[in-house]
Ligand binder design. Structure first.
Ligand code: NA7
Length: 535
């Protein structure tokens, strides 16, 4: 059976749902497909205890949604997983989008047919085939789990879970649990399971700087403040490198006195979150090694205030600069101060292998009932590589043989009328605003193509494709920005599989959400320069 649509959106997380909403507004026939039995994307799959946003609640939603803000109050400063799902479902209902969504439909293949200028898309679970003019891949930049290569893991007698594939409740009560990884997922999980388990061992390849975020209830007055200052709040978000509701005056760290720094950082520790340390009152934490080291010294002092055991303190104190995605979680160091919580730091005692009973390090055997991999994702391009669409000159993986590339994080040469939601070289920031900026841009481009089709009067599909030169220019800009940033020196999901000496930029645009928006606006104002429209 073959079905014909104007547009297909793959994925129904925050990205897919918003793209569906925008394309419906254009009056197109659109359907969104979701692999999971429910909407939510990463928020559906990450049902591990404690999954929370680390962006404040008032801006973890669609900006284009002021009406809903007034009718859909939120109750805490940071949102729990279930709040995010409820909000998304409320958005879907309010805009009557549910009838355009098909659940439990996993994409099998997508290929471009030059003869008809359409995409042929097939789905595994349903066996259906569709023809579509436009294909939007909103498959999640943090979706495909990263499974570490641990020798002997298949021999382990107990269950092995991944935080990114945790779609239901799992009983950890009274168990001996080993958690590998200490990014946001690992930190949130460990704090939330520590009191349930009999023994918790955190296996850390690198220790993390974890900053408390003081989550708690939001009062009606605070919500009212947000509602009546909505536009100003978004102005702050638009000017922040990570799209946060945090002023970013860009003051150099060392331009103020030591006392002033200490006072400022103490205030952030007690009242804001990790992002404010990286991009807050001081603007050079990721560009000045001196500033970053100064901040790390502050963190060292803070960690020592929570951990009195010298061995634990040594293992928990990072030796790296503060350059990874800021991890934000209240209670992290308090958790490690507990007697039944241990740390293995690979720097001192590397992991040797897994075996039937648990994990063996160079120091000792750790017997475990459950192993949890909190090892993150094949970020930015993992899901897209799995799909591996076939364009006009071959597959996406062939195009990306030397590294994943794009024009503006949303389009690749050789893949006409196909767009990514948060593809490689997109900014890494508060997710909903990036999704909106990109989806609005894509909808604008599609509207232009549809208008051209009408103008031509021949009903022939108009193809929108990034130009090679424009893509090269964007990649060059990405590389220039990287040159000035210390972030490129660390391994993290932000830098992805960065190959030293390669002329392909790291996975994400390191210039920040604020500058990215300006590029997008410039390209839009210049009649979508860098995209050719042909038929
Ligand atoms: P992250 O931030 O990518 O963290 C992954 C963690 O797993 C991190 O501590 C890694 O150590 C560790 N890791 C990765 N591979 C290994 C291996 N092979 N052995 C040991 N440890 C490993 O993923 P998260 O899921 O926590 O967070 C991702 C985003 O999703 C985040 O922004 C949240 O908002 C939601 P490393 O530090 O690289 O040494």
């Amino acid at each position: 059976m073959s079905n014909v649509l104007d547009a297909i959106v793959v994925g129904c997380g925050f990205g897919g749902v918003y793209n569906l909403y925008k394309l419906k507004q254009l009056g197109l026939s659109v359907k969104a497909f979701e692999k999971a039995p429910d909407v939510g994307g990463t928020w559906y799959w990450n049902q591990y205890p404690g999954a929370t946003t680390d962006t404040t609640a008032e801006i973890y939603r669609y900006r284009d949604d002021k009406e809903l803000l007034n009718t859909y109050p939120w109750s805490t400063r940071y949102l729990y997983r279930k709040d995010n799902l409820e909000y998304l479902k409320h958005f879907i209902e309010s805009h009557n989008l549910g009838r355009h969504i098909q659940l439990s439909a996993e994409l099998k293949s997508a290929s471009f047919d030059a003869a008809t200028s359409t995409w042929t898309v097939t789905f595994n679970s349903t066996g259906e085939t569709y023809k579509t003019t436009y294909l939007i891949l909103a498959t999640g930049h943090l979706h495909t789990p990263n499974y570490p290569d641990i020798k002997g893991l298949e021999k382990f007698a107990g269950p092995v879970y991944h935080t990114g594939v945790w779609p239901e409740h799992r009983d950890l009560k009274g168990k001996k649990v080993g958690v590998i990884g200490t990014g946001s997922s690992g930190a949130q999980l460990m704090v939330n399971i520590a009191d349930d388990v009999s023994h918790l061992v955190s296996f850390q390849r690198s220790s993390q700087h974890v900053v408390p975020h003081n989550n708690g209830p939001i009062s009606a007055e605070e919500r009212e403040f947000v509602n009546s200052n909505w536009d100003e709040i978004w102005k702050t978000v638009d000017n922040h490198p990570l799209g946060q509701n945090i002023p970013f005056p860009n003051t150099p760290t060392m331009s103020v006195s030591a006392e002033e720094r200490e006072r400022t950082w103490e205030e952030i520790w007690n009242g804001t979150n990790g992002v404010a340390f990286m991009y807050g009152p001081f603007g050079d934490i990721v560009t000045s090694e001196e500033a970053n080291r100064e901040l790390c010294a502050f963190f060292e002092k803070k960690i020592a205030q929570y951990i009195s055991d010298p061995d634990k303190l040594k293992k928990l104190t990072p030796t790296e600069l503060y350059l990874k995605r800021p991890v934000t979680m209240t209670g992290y160091y308090e958790t490690f101060a507990k007697k039944h919580v241990d740390i293995v730091n690979y720097q001192f005692t590397p992991l040797v292998e897994a075996n039937e009973k648990g994990l063996l390090t160079t120091e000792k055997q750790w017997d475990l009932d459950v192993i949890i991999l909190a090892t993150g994702y094949e970020a930015m391009d993992g899901s897209l590589k799995r799909i591996n669409p076939i364009g006009t000159h071959g597959t996406l993986n062939e195009t990306w043989a030397k590294g994943s590339t794009s024009y503006l994080g949303l389009s690749e040469v050789g893949f006409p009328n196909m767009f990514f939601s948060i593809g490689p070289q997109s900014p890494i920031a508060n997710i909903p605003p990036i999704i909106e900026v990109q989806a609005n841009f894509i909808a604008g481009l599609i509207a232009k193509a549809e208008a051209k089709k009408k103008e031509n009067g021949d009903n022939k599909i108009v193809l929108v494709e990034a130009e090679e030169q424009a893509k090269d220019g964007w990649l060059k800009k990405c590389l220039e920005v990287e040159e000035g940033s210390l972030i490129k020196t660390v391994k993290s999901f932000i830098t992805g599989n960065f190959v030293e000496g390669s002329n392909v930029p790291v996975h994400s645009w390191l210039g920040g959400f604020h500058t990215y928006q300006r590029f997008i606006k410039d390209v839009t104002d210049n009649d979508y320069v860098g995209f050719k429209l042909t038929n």
